[in-house]
Design a protein around this ligand. Structure first.
Ligand code: SAM
Length: 227
C-alpha cells in the first residue's frame, strides 16, 4: 500500500529486523535515512536496492516539498533512522513506542503512564499530575473504558489539548486518529470501540490549560465515578 512508512531498524545486530520491515524496505520507491552510508550497510546486507535519500534535521525542511510530492504521486516512502525507531532514540517494537513514533506529537520527552487504576482518588491524582506535565503523556486504555477516559481527561487537560488515538496498530483495522480532546469526545463518546488502544496527549507547554475550578471538578468527576 502506498504512503509513508516509519520503519524501526536494528540497534546493533542486523538480524534484529522484522520480516515486514524487510518487505517494506524492498518494495519502497525511496528510503529516507539519517545517514545514507550507515543505512547502506543494512540494505546491502539484505540485498535491498531501493534508492536512499538523506533526510536529517539539517535538510528536512528542504526535503519536505519533495517528499510530499512523491507521496501525492502515490509513491511508497520509508523513513528510517540510523538505528531503532524514527523519532525515538533506540527502543524496539512495542505499542508505546510505535504509537509515539507515528503520533506527530513531541517525542523528545514523554511519560509512559500505561493503564490507570480503575477508580477513585489515585486515578484522578494520576490524571491531574499528567495534565500538568510538559511531556507527551501516553496511556493504555481498554476499549470499554475509552469514553470514561475521554470525559475525565478532557476535564483535567482541557478540551483544546491535542491527542492521538492509536488503535489496532499494525493490524487490519489500524487507525490513527488525531485531534483535540474536545473533538475526540464529539467523535467517540459513547461509542463501542473495539480493539487495543493507546492514547497520547500532548504536554502542557504547547497549549492553554483550562483548569476547571475545584468545585466544578468535584462535581463532574463525582458524577463520572458514581456511574
Ligand atoms: N508490552 C506490550 C507493548 O507495549 O507493546 C503490551 C502492553 S499492554 C499489556 C497491552 C496494551 O497495550 C493494550 O491494552 C493497548 O492499550 C496497548 N496495545 C497493545 N497492542 C496495541 C496495538 N496493536 N495498537 C494499539 N495499542 C496497543
Amino acid at each position: 500500500k502506498r504512503g509513508l512508512y516509519l520503519v524501526g531498524t536494528p540497534i546493533g545486530n542486523l538480524e534484529d529486523i522484522t520480516l515486514r520491515a524487510l518487505r517494506v524496505l524492498k518494495s519502497a520507491d525511496v528510503i529516507l535515512s539519517e545517514d545514507t552510508r550507515h543505512s547502506g550497510k543494512l540494505l546491502h546486507h539484505y540485498n535491498i536496492r531501493t534508492p536512499l535519500l538523506s533526510y536529517h534535521k539539517f535538510n528536512e525542511s528542504q526535503r519536505e516539498q519533495q517528499v510530499l510530492r512523491r507521496l501525492k504521486e502515490g509513491e511508497i516512502v520509508v523513513l528510517i533512522s540510523d538505528a531503532g525507531t524514527p523519532g525515538i532514540s533506540d527502543p524496539g517494537p512495542c505499542a508505546v513506542v510505535a504509537a509515539l513514533s507515528a503520533s506527530g506529537l513531541d517525542t523528545d520527552e514523554f511519560t509512559f503512564v500505561g493503564f490507570l487504576s480503575k477508580h477513585g482518588p489515585s486515578r484522578r491524582e494520576r490524571l491531574t499530575a499528567s495534565a500538568n506535565e510538559a511531556r507527551t503523556q501516553i496511556f493504555y486504555v481498554p476499549p470499554h473504558k475509552f469514553s470514561q477516559f475521554l470525559e475525565e481527561s478532557s476535564l483535567l487537560f482541557g478540551d483544546s489539548r491535542r491527542c492521538v488515538m492509536a488503535r489496532e496498530m499494525t493490524k487490519i483495522h489500524e487507525e490513527f486518529w488525531r485531534g483535540t480532546l474536545g473533538e475526540a469526545k464529539v467523535r467517540f463518546l459513547n461509542q463501542q470501540l473495539k480493539g487495543e488502544m493507546t492514547l497520547l496527549i500532548e504536554g502542557r507547554t504547547n497549549c492553554l490549560v483550562e483548569t476547571p475550578s475545584e468545585d466544578q471538578l468535584e462535581h463532574e468527576l463525582g458524577e463520572l465515578i458514581s456511574r
